[in-house]
Write a protein that binds this ligand. Structure first.
Ligand code: BGC
Length: 406
């Protein structure tokens, strides 16, 4: 039996574009059509059905919920801020508060307004000023009801997928653009962090907790050879720690949000820098069970990445952790084994304040469309019927008692 602390945050996460539906002013919307991808369309119609969804959240004993604000709804055209959209998000936050659920709010989760993308997106240095103007508008209105803020979701995933690998809009494949986006996202976080704190001070509100949701992988070498050891050390620093070193160094993190899914297996055959930084195992060494997208399931890696955070001496929230599968038993096993791993890191001195499963419900998995199902709640996309999965019920017991029967 494993006991988690009394005041632990238990819940699940979503993002606006993946669940709301009809985000016609976001850059992904035209891109899906142009790139001939499955269209996000109505998604889960969560924009209208959020009250009903939060009733389910409540019935599952979650005491926290992570969601994101859709910038393209708040500012559909440059400088034109929608009071109606803002009111919607106030209502959403209040619907959580009314049910005794702590809202955790992300300001940027991969999508941008079309006008923003059209004028250079995050490559343009003006992006930081634009983001701060949006932050200011949203934070002033939501601050009385929100304590936890994630400025930006997974900066490293965003700049690598959208600007380095060319898999997401705007499908750039440019090292220089990637570097610019990296720098602007860092700056946007640091200045966003300061702005949010300043607003809370001005309004005489309790000091907020502001962080990012950072994608972390367990980086493991296929063997202990020198090349692989060097490559692992370089990648742990570059992929996992570099951004945190920078933001923590600027005193711009009150907590670290960790999004953890999988293992990254390193097998390097040349000393060339490109291989050291990117070559992965192609020979199926150390095979593991995989999720539907082919990602290794590697629970022990979660405590490894958490232990790497010790030097920051900051609270950690597991802001995402989940599996896409058609077998719900696998989902429950995934949750259990990862919670055990979290607890092991806590035993070794890492202060973890909460665990949010990804995702509350099946949703639009970006370039993969609606196929991969990550949800605690299943969605029938033709009827919009919600079905609470068995794994969700088992997780609900843990949320209620703080006890994981191991
Ligand atoms: C993202 C989510 C995504 C999930 C599963 C995370 O990288 O924040 O938006 O759905 O992983 O791929």
């Amino acid at each position: 039996m494993i006991q988690f602390p009394k005041n632990f945050y238990w819940g699940a996460a979503t993002s606006s574009y993946q669940v709301e539906g009809n985000n016609v002013n976001a850059d992904w919307w035209p891109w899906e059509i142009q790139a001939k991808k499955e269209n996000s369309g109505q998604a889960c119609r969560h924009y209208e059905l959020y009250e009903q969804d939060f009733d389910l959240v409540k019935s599952l004993n979650h005491n926290a919920h992570r969601l994101s604000i859709e910038w393209s709804r708040i500012e559909p055209r440059e400088g034109e801020f929608s009071k109606e959209a803002l009111q919607h998000y106030i209502n959403v936050i209040m619907a959580l508060r009314l049910r005794g659920i702590e809202p955790m709010v992300t300001l940027h989760h991969f999508t941008n307004p079309i006008w923003f993308a059209a004028s250079g997106g995050w490559v343009n240095s003006v992006s930081v000023k634009r983001f701060l103007r949006y932050c200011d508008f949203v934070t002033r209105a939501l601050s009385p009801h929100v304590h936890f803020w994630f400025t930006i979701n997974e900066p490293t995933v965003y700049f690598s997928h959208a600007y380095l690998w060319g898999m997401w809009p705007p499908q750039a494949k440019s090292f220089f653009k990637t570097k610019a986006v990296h720098d602007h996202l860092n700056k946007a976080h640091i200045e966003g962090y300061r702005l949010i704190h300043k607003i809370y001070k001005e309004l005489n509100l309790r000091t907020p907790s502001v962080g990012i949701a950072h994608h972390m992988q367990a980086i493991v070498g296929c063997d202990q050879g020198l090349k692989n050891r060097l490559a692992v050390a370089m990648r742990v620093q570059l992929y996992n720690l570099e951004i945190l070193d920078h933001l923590a160094g600027q005193k711009a993190l009150d907590f670290i949000g960790v999004n953890y899914y999988s293992r990254h297996l390193v097998d390097v055959h040349s000393w060339w820098i490109g291989n050291l930084l990117m070559e992965t195992c192609k020979d199926n060494h150390h095979p593991l069970k995989k999720n539907l997208l082919g990602w290794d399931i590697y629970p022990e890696g979660l405590s490894t990445v958490l232990l790497d955070l010790k030097k920051y001496n900051l609270p950690v929230i597991i802001s995402e952790n989940g599996i896409c599968t058609t077998d719900d038993n696998e989902r429950w096993e995934y949750i259990q084994t990862h919670l055990k791993s979290v607890h092991q890191a806590m035993d070794q001195g890492i202060y973890v304040a909460g665990y949010l499963y990804w995702s509350l419900m099946d949703n639009f998995e970006w370039a993969h469309g609606f196929g991969p199902r990550f949800g605690l709640i299943g969605i029938d996309y033709t009827t919009q019927q919600r079905t609470v999965r068995e794994s969700a019920k088992k997780f609900a017991q843990v949320c209620k008692t703080g006890i994981l029967e191991a």
